[in-house]
Structure formats: structure tokens, C-alpha cells
Design a protein around this ligand. Structure first.
Ligand code: SF4
Ligand code: SF4
Length: 81
């Protein structure tokens, strides 16, 4: 399972990916983010679900370990913003 520390940085910087444009409240932050937490966590979109997104979009293109590694790298970059 992906080890997310719930820093909220990905949900605060949606402008970095056009895939999340519909969730952007206009400032780059997700309209569903409350504090650092997702207010619709149980029903959040597929694109916000790391493991389910792997199965839907990346399985067969890379291993789960490589996918996690790329995601952890992105998290570290976001934490430095
Ligand atoms: S940036 Fe990474 S560690 Fe922080 S909330 Fe998003 S997925 Fe979790
Ligand atoms: S829906 Fe939830 S998990 Fe997805 S970007 Fe918004 S706050 Fe983050």
C-alpha cells in the first residue's frame, strides 16, 4: 500500500496537472480539501486513488514498485514547494 503521510501538498497544487482542473477551486487547491484532509475521501475520484489508478492506467506499463517510486518522488518535490 502507498505510504501517504497526508501532508495535503498534492491536493493544494492541482494546477500542476490539467487532469485535476475540475477539482481546482481557482487557487490551485482542491475544492474538497479541508485542512490537509479530503472531505470526500470515501468517494474521491479515481485519479485521486493511487492504487486503483495503477490498476486502471499503469498496470502493464510499469511495476507497482516503480509506480510507487515515481509517486514518492513527486511527493518529495511537492513538499519542497
Ligand atoms: S503529496 Fe504525497 S504524501 Fe502528501 S498527501 Fe499527497 S500523496 Fe500523500
Ligand atoms: S478530491 Fe480529495 S484527494 Fe482528490 S484532490 Fe481533492 S482533496 Fe485531494
Amino acid at each position: 500500500m502507498f505510504n501517504c503521510d497526508m501532508c495535503g501538498k498534492c491536493c493544494q497544487n492541482l494546477r500542476l496537472s490539467p487532469l485535476y482542473a475540475e477539482l481546482d477551486d481557482g487557487t490551485g487547491k482542491c475544492r474538497y480539501l479541508e485542512g490537509n484532509l479530503c472531505s470526500i475521501y470515501e468517494t474521491r475520484p479515481l485519479l485521486c486513488r493511487i492504487d486503483e489508478s495503477y490498476d486502471a492506467f499503469f498496470k502493464g506499463k510499469m511495476t507497482k514498485e516503480e509506480y510507487y517510486r515515481l509517486n514518492y518522488e513527486a511527493c518529495e518535490k511537492l513538499k519542497k514547494l
